[in-house]
Write a protein that binds this ligand. Sequence first.
Ligand SMILES: [Ca+2]
Ligand SMILES: [Ca+2]
Length: 279
Amino acid sequence: MGCFPGPTCDSHEFEYPRPEPPMTASPPSSRAPCQACHDHQDLFPFTMAFQPVVDLVNRRIDGYEALVRGPGGEGAPSVLAQVTEENLYAFDQACRTRAIRLASRLGLDRRLSINFLPNAVYNPRACIQATLQAARESDFPLENLTFEILETEHLTETKHLQDIIGEYHHHGFKVALDDFPTGQSGLMRLADLKPDIIKIDRALVQDCDRDQVRRTIIAGIIRIATDLGVKVVIEGVERLEEVRALHAVGGRFFQGFFFARPLFEQIARDGDIDWPVMA
Ligand SMILES: [Ca+2]
Ligand SMILES: [Ca+2]
């Protein structure tokens, strides 16, 4: 394995919307924004896979991240290749509502994490309506929803992100900073955005059992987050040695192939996880 990150492989939890479509910070000019985001009928087919986030202390699944897939189980890149500037808003809305509806149908009763691209939200209050409606219709508790902020090279204005987070907190959603501390998702973002959760990226986690520098950095991040009351999810764990090394520096919540791969339109249960024995 070791193929993270990249648009050509089905990585640990390859997610919408890493291969960034061309976009602007403003909604498509040819149509009204609200119509743009409700205009689902032209949208290409896609669905979701779900990968568990596990709680190693309680040996139970804490939640699931929804990851886009093609209708036949094709990897995220084949879906994301169809996202354009014109359909980005509809796609962002459809990701949320499909994830919630499918999760509800599967009886998912833990936390559900949905990736979103801040630039696809032009007005936090207006853009959340379809999400709220889907949750209401599916009887999915709002406090079980987490939105993962994923930023790429298109840096979003801090004030815009703070407005989105404020609106999400108002509804009881949790907010996670994805891919910490890579790219834009670093300590300044942590200070400015005060998320509920940070997700430590595979790029830092990989082979941390063999690399004291990586372990020290991760231990420092966990200490800072703990002091701030921020939950830490460690992504991309593949080997038992990594899990042990991370557990030794305070790691508790994990996501990665070691525990479970994403399941296409299915969710793993607690009994499906091969829980490791910790030293
Ligand atoms: Ca994510
Ligand atoms: Ca991630």
